[in-house]
Design a protein around this ligand. Structure first.
Ligand code: M6R
Length: 607
């Protein structure tokens, strides 16, 4: 969703602002805008390239802010793009988030004669900052006063033509970080634009404000007291946010899978004890030993990873697990005993608004909150009491691939830890550790088989609908496979438990309706085979995913993708990969913008 970049320092700001906007493109947007001190405001609808083409060579200065907008209030137009200004056109503002009381504030301002030029909530905030920015007021104080009148979420960067050598940045519920470079200060809504320029960053916490000038910076809290913040070091390198010769980020991220699994597991397996070592949970281990209920929450793929986690944790440890979509959980009544309940939030970006809110509510109820997060330093990583990082590296493609797989790998580690604390024997633990250790090689093996997947995808390009089915561990894989196909190929797809077929979906089956059956040789293999037989008996097309050496599906499926055998509980990590490749190749055949599908954003920072 919306992205913010800013720069102030010795260099010309414009090149970084443009490069930064490009680095933020992956978040999803529909218009972009820029302001550089001493120059003007430029905005364009569409790609950052449209904006870049409009920027004259002379557009330079030592400080500036820029924004990619994903429309919420008002359609994607130049008028609605950021930066927005106050009535005197002195204040320039870029904003991520939503001002919830913008409507009443706008009515109030309009009744005072203030004219608006956009439909946005952001312009309301710009106008209020302008009102409080009297002749003897500093920009940071005007911003603080204005923010006291708004309700909602924001990450903002503000400049003023009166104080051109200053940028004010502050946040509430929308991430913002400051990169400390040798040549100046960088502002960004996530780390990707900053990576090539600064390794040391300061993550602003809610209510904190950074005041950046050409030579120095200060951070203060909501009551204007200075806060000492030690910079943290970014662990991702700049290369990891480049395509490195791949046609799409999505393909690159799938091809990275063996390395990703290795990195997620590195240093976290204990072969002697047959358990996992999760440093991020060490401090809360005594409390975890006594929990009686676990609630896993997340959105989209993260929610599906949670469903795999539910199977794993219940199977290994017997702890009752519920999995809730975060956007629903936040409006549910929390019941039960908070002392013995843990909320485990799963999020690749660590910025998903609904997941973050579910965490805040759980905390207010006294629950321990844990996170499985990929983006180091993100809001969810910072707000949960403890957690485990995926270490998957930056995921740029909107469709989550390595994010999902690494989430399932972390959940397997957590399940192993809980299992060994409770009912899982040392022998079973050792078997799992062994299977996990060789999982990266097995994932690599799948990646050598992409030709047959690409070939099957070619026969799928004119398909309108598809059904994905699986059982037990593979049921969430079916949901995830269907989500992948629909979001990047725009083919309507549904994931179902294969056992549900006779309760409705089988009515869809006819010769042109395809089913993707995830049917490895596991404990429910015979059951899903019966479902496939029933589909075949109605002349339905079938693509099957199964394990190496299984010839049982040859007569039932039009195409079969094989994955190496592994422990049944770890199979979702492998069976997901061909489904990701399949969705990728279908979307590619259809000539679609795979990394930035229509209407979608990488990081869903508003409700
Ligand atoms: O960053 P998160 O893991 O919290 O994101 C959750 C979902 O928005 C995300 O998984 C989304 O469903 C992806 N586009 C799926 O590919």
């Amino acid at each position: 969703m919306c992205g913010i970049v800013g720069y102030i320092g010795k260099k010309d700001a414009t090149p970084f602002l443009i490069e930064g906007l490009r680095a933020l493109e992956y978040r999803g947007y529909d218009s972009a805008g820029i302001y550089v001190a001493g120059q003007g405001v430029l905005k364009r609808v569409g790609k950052v390239d449209m904006l870049t083409k409009a920027i004259p060579k002379t557009f330079s200065g030592n400080a500036g802010i820029a924004h990619t907008r994903w429309a919420t209030h008002g359609s994607p137009t130049e008028a609605n793009a950021h930066p927005h200004t106050d009535t005197a056109e002195e204040v320039l503002l870029v904003h991520n988030g939503i001002i919830e009381n913008y409507h009443e504030l706008r009515n109030e301002l309009e009744s005072e004669g203030i004219i608006f030029y956009s439909d946005t909530d952001t312009e309301v905030l710009a106008k209020i900052i302008g009102q409080t920015y009297t002749a003897d007021t500093l920009l940071e104080d005007a911003v603080t006063r204005a923010l006291a009148r708004v309700r909602g979420t924001y990450g903002i960067a503000v400049m003023s033509r009166r104080e051109p050598e200053k940028i004010v940045a502050t946040r509430l519920g929308s991430s913002l970080l400051i990169g400390i470079g040798t040549d100046g200060y960088y502002i960004a809504s996530d780390a990707t634009p900053v990576l090539p320029h600064a390794r040391e960053v300061i993550y602003l916490d809610d209510g904190e404000m950074a005041i950046l000038t050409l030579e120095t910076y200060a951070v203060r809290n909501a009551i204007k007291t200075l806060v000492e913040k030690s910079p943290e070091t970014l662990e991702w390198d700049a290369e990891s946010v480049k395509k490195q010769g791949y046609e799409h980020f999505m393909l690159k991220e799938i091809m990275e899978m063996p390395e990703v699994i290795k990195n997620t597991l590195r240093g976290r397996l204990d072969p002697d004890e047959g358990t996992s070592i999760l440093g991020g949970l060490r401090d809360v281990m005594p409390r975890l030993a006594h929990i009686r209920r676990l609630i896993i929450t997340g959105c989209g793929s993260a929610y599906y990873a949670g469903l795999v986690g539910q199977e794993l944790i219940e199977e290994f440890s017997g702890i009752p697990v519920e999995v809730e979509i975060a956007s629903e959980l936040r409006y549910r009544r929390f019941t039960g005993d908070p002392e013995h309940t843990v909320l485990l939030a799963v999020s690749q970006s660590g910025e998903t608004a609904d997941t973050l809110e579910a965490i805040r509510i759980a905390k207010r109820h006294g629950m321990l909150t844990l996170g499985i997060v990929n983006a180091v330093g993100s809001s969810i990583a910072r707000e949960t009491d403890a957690g485990v990082y995926n270490h998957a590296g930056p995921e740029i493609g909107v469709a989550s691939t390595k994010g999902f797989v690494s989430q399932v790998a972390v959940l397997a580690l957590i399940a192993l830890m809980f299992g060994r604390q409770r009912s899982l024997s040392e022998k079973e633990g050792r078997e799992l550790v062994e299977a996990l250790t060789i999982l990266p090689e097995k994932a690599a093996e799948i990646l050598t088989r992409t030709d047959s997947i690409a070939e099957a995808a070619r026969s799928f390009t004119s398909t309108q609908n598809a059904l994905y089915i699986g059982r037990k561990y593979q049921c969430p894989v079916a949901y995830e496979g269907a989500l992948k196909l629909k979001e990047i190929s725009y083919i309507h797809a549904e994931g179902y438990s294969a056992g549900e077929m006779k309760h409705g979906p089988i009515a869809l089956i006819e010769p042109s309706f395809p089913t993707i059956a995830i049917a490895p040789r596991d404990s429910l293999y015979e059951k899903i085979c019966s479902n496939i037989e029933e589909i075949r008996a109605r002349s339905g097309r079938v693509i099957a995913i199964t394990t190496d050496g299984n010839t049982g599906l040859t007569r039932l499926a039009d195409h079969i993708f094989y994955v190496p055998e592994t422990h049944e509980a770890l199979l979702p990590i492998l069976t997901t990969i061909p489904l990701q490749l399949f969705a990728y190749h279908v979307a590619r055949e259809r000539g679609l913008p795979i990394d930035k599908p229509r209407n979608l954003a990488k990081s869903v920072t508003v409700e």
